[in-house]
Design a protein around this ligand. Structure first.
Ligand SMILES: NC(=O)C1=CN([C@@H]2O[C@H](COP(=O)(O)OP(=O)(O)OC[C@H]3O[C@@H](n4cnc5c(N)ncnc54)[C@H](OP(=O)(O)O)[C@@H]3O)[C@@H](O)[C@H]2O)C=CC1
Ligand SMILES: O=C([O-])CC(=O)C(=O)O
Length: 260
């Protein structure tokens, strides 16, 4: 399988290392700017534009956040290359959503959304068939996990002594205002009742060390609650390791003959 990665941050680094241990070396990195990489990625080709990607790629994998997906997603799909993305919140932008859809149709390619730092999306998707009444997502992270987000202006993150909510609203606004922190809200929205009907609360909590995500849903199926305590990636306190793991799992699903 010939794979390329967009970005080389905390998630991409994890994904590349995991692929390496499965005998796959990414053939190319689509970067914002070229720079020296180490380990198995040191000799990989680097490009800064999708049009310079090599021939014969089976799959591109976006680990570059909303900006990376917006910049390169449409061109990759239009070129007929399937794309796995972990930047789900970018789809809250209706214009980008439509451009990705049109490009995928034009190129005969598919955009696969990794489940990211959350689970139970299968349950929500199935429950949606019978009708969902209400879906709420609550995201809790230690203060360091909210650095660089609007939480920084809403709260004194360094001086926080107890849990404090800094966002309550719909998933579209959460995903748009917190591009590095509310992709999970987008995943819940896309699997369930959509960006406008999904309710979101975001909380900074100095009493926790994990990234804690909860879903509460009810509908014709009954009701469920899901909670996960995700260990952050060593290189990035705001990104859960499970998000990176889910990207590798999404790549593995591309190669599987029996798919779950
Ligand atoms: N679905 C989910 O549950 C989760 C999703 N995410 C999403 O994944 C993204 C990446 O997370 P993480 O790895 O921790 O973040 P990092 O900040 O560690 O890495 C981001 C990488 O993306 C690159 N990048 C940014 N813009 C572009 C662009 N236009 N073209 C190419 N590369 C680009 C950066 O390059 P440079 O170094 O040059 O700036 C950097 O290499 C997050 O921003 C978030 O949106 C994160 C966690 C969970
Ligand atoms: O990694 C996490 O725990 C969640 C996250 O950043 C996101 O949803 O964007």
């Amino acid at each position: 399988m010939k794979i390329g990665l967009i970005g080389h941050g905390a998630i991409a680094g994890y994904v590349s290392a995991q692929l390496g241990s499965r005998g796959i070396r990414p053939a190319v990195f689509l970067m914002r700017t070229r720079r020296a990489l180490d380990g198995q990625d040191a000799d990989a080709m680097q490009v800064t534009e999708a049009r310079d990607l090599p021939e014969g790629l089976d799959l591109m994998v976006d680990c570059a956040g909303h900006a990376g997906l917006a910049a390169h997603g449409p061109a990759i799909l239009a070129a007929g290359i399937d794309l796995v993305s972990v930047s789900l919140g970018a789809l809250a932008d209706r214009d980008l959503h439509d451009r990705l859809e049109d490009a995928a149709q034009q190129g005969g390619a598919r955009l696969h959304l990794a489940s990211g730092a959350i689970g139970a999306l299968d349950c929500l998707q199935a429950a949606r068939i019978g009708g969902l009444d209400e879906v709420t997502y609550i995201g809790r992270k230690p203060p360091a996990g909210w650095k660089g987000s609007p939480a920084e202006t809403a709260l004194d993150l360094d001086g926080l002594t107890k849990a404090a909510e800094h966002f309550a609203g719909d998933a579209r606004r959460a995903a748009t205002e917190y591009p590095k922190n509310a992709n999970v809200a987008a995943a819940v929205a896309l699997a369930g009742t959509g960006f406008d009907a999904t309710q979101v609360r975001l909380i900074a909590d100095p009493g926790i060390s994990a990234n804690i995500h909860e879903i509460h849903a009810s509908g014709a199926f009954g009701r469920f609650s899901f909670r996960i305590e995700g260990t952050p990636l060593p290189d990035s306190p705001r990104s859960s390791a499970l998000a990176a793991m889910s990207v590798v799992a999404a790549i593995e699903r591309q190669r599987a003959t029996i798919v779950i």
